[in-house]
Design a protein around this ligand. Structure first.
Ligand SMILES: *[C@@H]1O[C@H](CO)[C@@H](O)[C@H](O)[C@H]1NC(C)=O
Ligand SMILES: *[C@@H]1O[C@H](CO)[C@@H](O)[C@H](O)[C@H]1NC(C)=O
Length: 162
């Protein structure tokens, strides 16, 4: 009984939130809840000052990025802490997706080590069509300092079909 009451108390506000979600209309105003679909091209240029995870030998960093974890794009393997990638990845953004996840990983013989990661909000590229090239920092810990950065540029081509 107690559980049912608690569950109902927790679910009621969630249901209310779902119902009150505004309908997205293009009235020319800046829409903070942008929901768009289309092609997103991400050009990964380089990374710099990546934290060295390898106590022995050299760093072999690669970058992975995704909108949803089941469909990750992975760069080629590189060497060193300031690697050049020059690779372009294409994503299809489905309505409701508005974050790009980017992670730098050190490829290791036994287990890959995460160097750092960041989440990029796509509202800016949805609104302007192009962003960058610019550096995206990979926060070290609670945003204090960073474990390097990734330089990328993005282009979005909206799919206006319904
Ligand atoms: C990366 O692209 C830049 C500009 O297009 C070019 O100058 C550079 O040689 C390329 N580097 C590599 C390693 O492919
Ligand atoms: C950044 O690197 C340090 C040192 O290797 C590590 O302890 C920390 O977990 C890294 N931060 C993230 C967010 O991966």
């Amino acid at each position: 009984m107690r559980f049912i009451t608690l569950a109902a108390a927790l679910l009621a506000p969630m249901a209310a939130m779902a119902v009150s979600k505004p309908v997205v209309e293009d009235d020319g105003a800046i829409n903070t809840m942008a929901s768009k679909k289309g092609q997103l091209y991400v050009k990964l240029n380089s990374a710099s000052k990546l934290t060295d995870k390898d106590l022995f030998g050299k760093s072999d960093p690669f970058i992975e990025m995704w909108l949803e974890k089941a469909y990750k794009h992975r760069s080629k393997d590189t060497k060193g802490l300031n690697p050049i990638f020059n690779e372009t990845f294409c994503f299809y953004v489905r309505s409701g997706q508005n974050k790009l996840y980017v992670r730098a990983v050190d490829k290791d013989t036994f287990s890959n080590d995460k160097i750092g990661d960041t989440t990029i909000n796509l509202d800016q590229v949805f609104n302007s069509g192009n962003v960058g090239p610019q550096d995206y920092k990979l926060p070290k810990w609670l945003g204090f300092s960073d474990n390097g950065s990734v330089n990328m540029q993005m282009q979005f081509v909206e799919d206006t079909s319904s």
